[in-house]
Write a protein that binds this ligand. Structure first.
Ligand code: GDP
Length: 297
């Protein structure tokens, strides 16, 4: 498919056999390859520009050691920089769910994988953290989406709030809150309605829900294969709703995962989990090392 950055740089540095420091000229040539590799991995242009500048500064004058080739050395600098950019101070999967019942708001566009991810996360909290979890669908526009969450709930052994026709999203959220408190649940996950595109009505509704329950975490679920669009969606949701973390879905697809880097660099929001398939156990903690490896090919 793509040529990996190591392969590209191997070619660039072929003629550079003598040991010493990487010259500014060598680095310039190498940076062209880095730039192409990142763009092919779907990292957005402004992020690539900024990234290349930083790597260039680090690589210029770096000592070429005997044990690794100049190409490998540049790859290592690029790799370390990607990891540094993607890593947060806290472990990605540490959700604030003390003080039960803790509300978690799941937001995102329709089709991004929100309902699936809500159930995957519920399963994870139940199995790994032994939490009592309640899920509720607020998608009053699509009865099928409500049904879908209930079916997934049965499948994973997690309770869902009974469906009551005619309620507003805020009413459902409040009922979930009461039910979670009375039923002794540790966490309740609210799967909000998505739209094909961001619109004011959707945003207002999610804001009202947010204000009604004061979520401990607001997780944005976006399709990791949509690249720059995913970043724009994240920016918009963060501006209007306030997002505490991102879940990138469809990372089992054959994209190179560059959206992760653009996402972090542009929005500053940590990526908490990645979706790696349709099955209920296909949700993993975000690992910067893995994405770096993937971007570099
Ligand atoms: P929603 O409209 O945002 O709630 O999206 P859904 O949860 O209904 O997901 C839409 C489709 O994407 C479904 O067919 C899911 O099985 C699929 N899906 C969700 N997450 C992933 C993932 O991480 N990988 C893959 N391959 N498919 C996913």
């Amino acid at each position: 498919m793509f040529e990996s950055l190591s392969e590209r740089l191997g070619g660039v540095f072929e003629r550079l056999t003598k040991q010493g420091a990487l010259t500014a000229e060598d680095v310039k040539v190498a940076m062209r390859e880095v730039r192409t590799a990142l763009l092919e991995a779907d990292v957005s242009l402004p992020v690539v520009r900024d990234f290349v500048k930083r790597v260039e500064a680090k690589a210029t004058g770096a000592q070429v050691t005997k044990s690794i080739s100049p190409g490998q050395q540049v790859v290592k600098i690029v790799h370390d920089e990607i990891v540094a950019m993607l890593s947060g101070e806290e472990p990605a999967d540490t959700l604030k769910i003390d003080n039960p019942p803790a509300p978690i708001l799941m937001v995102g566009l329709q089709g991004g994988g929100k309902t699936t991810t809500t159930a995957k996360l519920a399963r994870r909290l139940k199995e790994r953290e032994k939490k009592r979890v309640l899920m509720a669908s607020l998608d009053i526009y699509r009865p099928a989406a409500m049904e879908q969450l209930a079916i997934l709930g049965t499948q994973i052994g997690v309770d869902t709030l009974p469906i009551v026709a005619g309620e507003s999203a805020v009413q459902i959220a409040k009922r979930a809150k009461t039910q979670a408190a009375m039923g002794g649940y540790d966490v309740y996950l609210l799967d909000t309605a998505g739209r094909l595109q961001i619109d004011d009505v959707l945003m207002r509704e999610v804001q009202d829900v947010r204000d009604a329950v004061s979520p401990r975490e607001t997780l944005l679920v976006v399709d990791g294969l949509t690249g720059q669009v995913a970043v724009e969606v994240a920016q918009e949701f963060d501006d209007k709703i306030g997002v505490t973390g991102v879940v990138l879905t469809r990372m089992d697809g054959d994209g190179r995962g560059g959206a992760a880097l653009s996402m972090r660099a542009t929005t500053g929001k940590p990526i908490r989990f990645v979706g790696l398939g349709e099955k209920m156990d296909a949700l993993e903690t975000f690992e910067a090392e893995r994405i770096a490896g993937r971007i570099l090919g």
